[in-house]
Design a protein around this ligand. Sequence first.
Ligand code: SF4
Ligand code: SF4
Length: 298
Amino acid sequence: DKAVIFDIQRFSLHDGPGIRTTVFFKGCPLSCAWCQNPESRHYRPELIFYKESCIRCFACREHCPESAISDHSMLRFDPKLCTVCGQCVSECLTNSLRMIGKEWSTADLLEEIYKDIDFFIDSDGGITLSGGEPLLQANFLFQWLPMVKEKKIHTTIETCGLADWKQIEKLLPWLDIVFYDLKHMNDSIHKQFTGYGNARILENFSRLSRSQAGLQARMPVIPGINNSVENILATADFLKSNHQFCIHLLPYHNLGEAKLKRMYSRQRPMNIAALDSEQLKKTQELFEKEKIHAVLYD
Ligand code: SF4
Ligand code: SF4
């Protein structure tokens, strides 16, 4: 099995303890309206066009074996013809075309993250599996995580929790920390903004809270969508009912909307304003009042 990875970021300080190397798995079962990594949504590799730097030299069009590139008022890439072969990317001298997503074997990915072993040892850090949704590539993880653990590397996963419980359970022996997103407590609002209801997500969270997993709840704070008093109180009640008393608050920023405009996505940017620090502080205070320790992220 190979994994499709769309990024590997080194020296991360926010994805778990110590210095971490974060591996971003491509593909996600949810389609959150506020997604900050829209390039992670589809499992397959994708082509992104940065029109700002394009000098219209048409080298890409000349070398496209599928005639997928045409020229109207600006370059157009026909997603029905494009096989994502990447030939145009290597022809573009201005780096205006980029391929998002690359296949990795278990051995190659292990070798790549092992380059950072000294940082992991010195800082009590490790790797973080992010995405997208890493659990969507569980078959790869079943093979790869035991190899990582054999090297005594600390492992953290960031998950939306929408996965088969049997798969989650099978991976737990290889995971030190599970960062688990709670996006909305109302099932129909959850479905409206992410494409899925929250029943299985909440059920998996409760199961995890009863296991030996190092579970840590997180909430992406999206202004006007999930930072209402009602939702914060419902989230706090849910956490307490599962004997969880801490949540990490991740403020929404709108970088994903700019990325979305460059991609061939049917999803349109929602133009959600970035969260201001006052709104975030209020969310934190409400959780604290409910006896849930709320940690703010940048
Ligand atoms: S090769 Fe690059 S710069 Fe030239 S037309 Fe294509 S995208 Fe634009
Ligand atoms: S990725 Fe390949 S098929 Fe797609 S536009 Fe570029 S050269 Fe053409």
